[in-house]
Write a protein that binds this ligand. Structure first.
Ligand code: AMP
Length: 187
């Protein structure tokens, strides 16, 4: 099963991806977490990505696409994955389709978490993970970037008939149940 978990910053993608990972035994693939790991360990990729991430901006498409193309080749991801935080631009979505096509693969479902803006801001400001991009100024930039560059990705998958909108408010358990109602069709 190949799934895209989509939504604005603070929608709960990471939390829900980890729960899907457990429930269906398919690995989460979070580009943000991979970048943070590279930043912590000071790799060349981490050095390239750091200033974009610290400013709340998107890492350039070619860097992200190179990372994803290499990562999905790993044995761990052979039988599927839950993408969390990718694709984040229409170019990434288009290029990712060609990467999948070359491999004879495709996406099963695109799950969009819907959360009102006020709730996103309060969730991000209080999540306390110590992320350099969770301060109020960076949160503002990340939400702007989401609306300008990332939200159009929804239409890309809606046109392909893959889009499933999920109400992202309420308890973590309730949101998981809504997601599983969709995913059970593909498992
Ligand atoms: P996340 O953990 O998904 O919130 O990602 C944290 C940060 O990593 C983002 O604000 C971006 O700077 C960068 N990032 C993660 N995934 C992508 C992506 N698909 N495209 C561009 N930048 C990304």
């Amino acid at each position: 099963m190949r799934i895209i978990l989509f939504g604005p910053p603070g929608a709960g993608k990471g939390t829900q991806a980890k729960r899907i990972q457990k429930a269906y035994n398919i690995p989460q693939l979070s580009t943000g977490e991979i970048f943070r790991h590279h930043i912590r360990t000071n790799t060349p990729l981490g050095i390239k990505a750091r200033s974009y991430i610290n400013h709340g901006k998107l890492v350039p498409d070619d860097i992200v696409l190179g990372l994803v193309e290499e990562t999905i080749k790993e044995e761990k991801y052979r039988n599927g994955y839950i993408l969390d935080g990718f694709p984040r631009t229409v170019t990434q979505a288009e290029e990712f389709d060609s990467i999948l096509k070359k491999r004879g693969e495709s996406i099963d479902a695109f799950i969009g978490l819907e959360v009102p803006k006020e709730e996103l801001i309060s969730r991000l400001a209080s999540r306390g993970e110590g992320r350099s991009d969770d301060d109020p100024e960076k949160i503002k930039v990340r939400l702007q970037v989401y609306h300008q560059e990332t939200a159009p990705v929804m239409h890309y998958y809606a046109e392909k008939g893959l889009y499933h909108e999920i109400n992202g408010t309420g308890s973590i358990e309730d949101i998981s149940e809504r997601i599983q109602d969709v995913l059970n069709q593909f498992a």
